[in-house]
Design a protein around this ligand. Structure first.
Ligand SMILES: [Zn+2]
Length: 323
């Protein structure tokens, strides 16, 4: 179902569906010269020599860390403009607890307090990982009280970052429910993961689904009865939640990861990769993933299959979660 991960701070995750793409990180980091000019706030500010090292992804270690006190450092600041005339800022940190959108999971929202002479508040409503540098950029705006601060001075400053706890947990639940759906589907004889193969997903609160290569309607005994098929899946989901399985996250050697994932890994995970793939396991079904998850299936309360669609040999199963 989702993104990627790595073992150590320098992590890179490119995600697709609920699957993860492992990439090599430059552990040493690197430095390039970048010049960014800030022309708002009545002054022009220029930043040079921004350090381009990957951001440490703290959320991979613990979904339930909502605040990181005075540990992260600002390593980049940009003023950007969208397709219209709206101006916004992006801040990169050397470590973050905020999940950058990817793998169908939306990003976190939150705020950063930069500890200059005064505390500068920056509110972000989206987060993204820059593919080339593996830096995480938080998009948003400075609080009005902070507008007169010298933006050029925030780089290198320590800061405190907080993510919105409610949004973080909602996203972790929606995403974890996608894993649970994989198990509920694969538990139906004839719809195992080598027959109905998970390919991608969306785990937004209002638009959640997983797509599988294969046609679920061809299942013997179902005869294209979608209601009957959805009922089977919902019964399995209910059992899985009652069973209260631990949702386990671990970094495994390639062969162990392969075994955990039913004997096959996506081709983009190389046996020669420097860093071991991060495997998330629910009810004995592993999946390479870099998303945030709840600790156990019972935290999901109720997951319901709401729709089923088959198009061009791909089955899309939509679901909802009682949040
Ligand atoms: Zn996941």
């Amino acid at each position: 179902m989702t993104p990627l991960s790595q073992k150590t701070p320098s992590i890179a995750a490119i995600t697709r569906g609920c699957v993860v793409k492992a990439t090599n990180n430059n552990r040493k980091g690197r430095t390039q010269s970048i010049t960014t000019t800030f022309s708002s706030l009545s002054k022009n500010y220029t930043m040079t020599e921004i350090e381009l090292k990957p951001t440490e992804l703290v959320y991979l270690k613990d979904t339930y860390v909502f605040r990181l006190e005075d540990e992260a450092t600002v390593i980049g600041l940009r003023q950007q403009q969208d397709e219209g005339t709206n101006v916004f800022y992006e801040i990169a940190l050397d470590k973050t607890i905020a999940y950058p959108a990817g793998g169908g999971q939306p990003s976190d929202e939150g705020k950063v307090c930069i500890h200059t002479d005064q505390n500068v508040w920056f509110h972000f409503d989206s987060v993204r990982m820059e593919r080339e540098t593996k830096q995480v950029w938080h998009r948003g705006s400075f609080s009005k009280d902070s507008e007169e601060m010298s933006l050029a001075n925030v780089r290198g400053q320590k800061c405190t970052i907080e993510v919105d706890e409610r949004i973080r947990l909602q996203h972790a639940k929606m995403h974890s429910a996608g894993h649970l759906l994989d198990v509920a589907v694969a538990s139906i004889p004839g719809l195992e993961t080598n027959i109905l193969v998970p390919t991608k997903g969306s785990h937004g609160v209002k638009d959640a689904y997983v797509e599988y290569k294969g046609n679920a309607r061809t299942l013997s005994g179902i005869e294209g009865d979608d209601e009957k098929l959805m009922k089977l899946m919902n019964e399995n989901l209910e059992k899985l939640i009652e069973k209260n399985d631990i949702i386990k996250t671990e970094y495994l050697a390639y062969e162990d990861a392969k075994r955990a994932c039913g004997g096959h890994l996506p081709s983009y995970i190389s046996p020669d990769a420097e860093e071991a793939p991060r495997i998330v396991t629910v009810a004995n079904l592993g999946c390479p993933c870099g998303g945030t998850h709840v600790k156990s299936s019972s935290e999901l309360k109720r997951v319901t299959v709401t729709a089923l669609r088959v198009k061009k040999g791909v089955t899309r199963i939509s679901y909802s979660v009682d949040l």
